[in-house]
Ligand binder design. Structure first.
Ligand SMILES: Nc1nc2c(c(=O)[nH]1)N[C@H]1C(S)=C(S)[C@@H](COP(=O)(O)O)O[C@H]1N2
Ligand SMILES: [Mo]
Length: 202
């Protein structure tokens, strides 16, 4: 899996990431930092950076798409498979959403089928180097099909839950799922469904 292409209507490419830290940049002590899997799982687990680093990694090139319409072309993403991490904790049948939580208090939900996609990973490297502090060191999830706000920087916790809950941006109206290809930018609104509905009424 070397390259993942996702259609990104309405986006334009820029050359550098615009750094966002809605709740401020947290201080992280890498020796104390852990990434934990919790909630509706049979076996709760926490991993150190060293453990994540030593696991098998997946690696591919894919664009990063921010819902505010900027994109970065061809970022090389690398890290453990998100689905392997979740499956190792044995998810309960009831789990339907995954909530990502960060050290700064940021959170964002994704449907479990996206978290379990073979292309979803926990990025510990971008473009061949560890994440920069401002890009979320030590780890952030990356799901190429979803907008960038679903990639919680300074990730600490992956919580499996049954019912949808808003995260930080979703409480202000951003979409539950956030698919780039369907322009799911805001709740109850996607250009694809508008086009589909207008075709239907023609
Ligand atoms: N913890 C945290 N994660 C976050 C954000 C944030 O403010 N805090 N912003 C999100 C948004 S809207 C985007 S587009 C990307 C931006 O990533 P970057 O700061 O590495 O460019 O991070 C996402 N993850
Ligand atoms: Mo964003």
């Amino acid at each position: 899996m070397d390259r993942i292409t996702v259609e990104n209507p309405g986006q334009r490419y820029i050359s550098n990431f615009i750094i966002y830290d809605a709740l401020g940049e947290p201080e992280i002590d890498i020796n104390k930092w852990r990434l934990c899997i919790d909630g509706l799982v049979r076996s709760k687990k926490c991993y150190s950076f060293d453990e994540l680093e030593k696991m098998p990694h997946i690696k591919y090139t894919a664009d990063f798409n921010c819902v505010t319409k900027w994109s970065i072309k061809d970022v090389v993403w690398e890290g453990p498979s998100l689905s392997h991490l979740i499956m190792d904790s044995i998810p309960d049948q009831k789990a339907k959403w995954v909530m990502f939580w960060s050290a700064d208090g940021y959170s964002t939900p994704v449907p479990i089928e996206y978290a379990l996609s073979e292309r979803s990973l926990i990025a510990i490297r971008m473009n061949g180097s560890y994440l920069k502090k401002e890009n979320g060191y030590p780890a952030r999830p990356f799901i190429p099909d979803l907008y960038g706000w679903k990639s919680a920087k300074w990730l600490t916790l992956i919580e499996l839950i049954e019912d949808y809950r808003d995260g930080y941006w979703e409480q202000y109206g951003y979409h539950e799922v956030g698919r780039v290809e369907a322009e799911e930018r805001f709740k109850g609104f996607s250009w694809k469904s508008i086009r589909r509905n207008s075709r239907r009424s023609e």
